[in-house]
Design a protein around this ligand. Structure first.
Ligand code: UDP
Ligand code: MN
Length: 237
């Protein structure tokens, strides 16, 4: 039987939100057995996000999960309150399937979904467009992960990007959590799950292929025209 993939997307309002989520929805619409959990960094679920979710036809859960007020400074941990809310929802509602964290601005090859679907405990694979090396990847020797190639090791046990691993939901447990520490969310989450290097399944042809990219959209400069861009919401319902 085919496992369901729970694709967890933290998102927040800005001019690029609708285009990013539209593009991502159009990728996920090609994936069988996927459940999209969109965790909205807002005090209530936004209408523009719900409209995209409804129109996608995908099974989804829309969670309101604003960041705590103390994290509204520069260089705060991005998307943590929302990923935590999604983890709590999964713990309460789901007992089998595969969890994958997919940010709203990433780019995913459809091949990756078919590979992560078979994750037994934790699987890992390269992520393109990361840091100074341009790629972050596990290092594989004789089919086993023996180390990591990442431009910012920062004394992390698992120096990987959020998009670089998938987890079988059967190993999630209430003590698994993601900290509010910028740059250490992935590592501390994997350590809190009790992951051991020897348990990790390398995907993407022994980590020799890039099937997901940490794409980033250019910052949007406010138009000089004197209009209120928030009033330009003319999405079809
Ligand atoms: N994010 C969020 N609230 C914020 C900032 C970011 O929910 O205040 C989400 C964002 O939509 C994305 C993820 O957290 O899905 C990572 O943020 P971003 O892409 O800005 O970080 P980067 O990939 O550049 O590190
Ligand atoms: Mn991003």
């Amino acid at each position: 039987d085919m496992k369901t993939i729970y694709f967890v997307t933290p998102t927040y309002p800005r001019p690029q939100q609708v285009p990013e989520l539209t593009r991502l929805a159009h990728t996920l619409m090609h994936v069988p057995r996927i459940h999209w959990i969109v965790a909205d960094d807002q005090p209530t679920c936004s209408d523009q996000v719900s409209t995209i979710l409804k129109r996608s036809g995908l099974p989804y859960t829309h969670i309101s999960s604003p960041k705590p007020y103390i994290y509204k400074y520069a260089n705060f941990p991005r998307g943590v309150a929302n990923r935590r809310a999604a983890l709590n929802w999964l713990l309460d509602n789901v007992s089998e399937g595969v969890l994958y964290f997919g940010d709203d601005d990433n780019t995913v090859d459809l091949q990756l979904f078919e590979e992560i679907r078979h994750t037994k405990r934790v699987s890992m694979f390269p992520v393109g467009l990361i840091g100074g090396y341009g790629v972050s990847s596990p290092i594989v020797k004789n089919g086993k992960i023996v180390g990591f190639f990442d431009s910012w090791p920062a004394s992390r046990t698992f120096p990987v990007d959020m998009a670089g691993f998938a987890v079988n939901i059967e190993i999630l447990n209430p003590s698994a959590t993601m900290p509010f520490i910028a740059g250490h969310e992935e590592d501390k989450f994997l350590v809190s799950l009790g992951v051991k290097l020897e348990d990790i399944e390398p995907l993407a042809e022994n980590c020799s292929k890039v099937l997901v990219w940490h794409t980033r959209t250019e910052k949007f400069k406010k138009p000089t025209l004197k209009i209120n861009i928030d009033k330009l919401d003319n999405l079809p319902k």
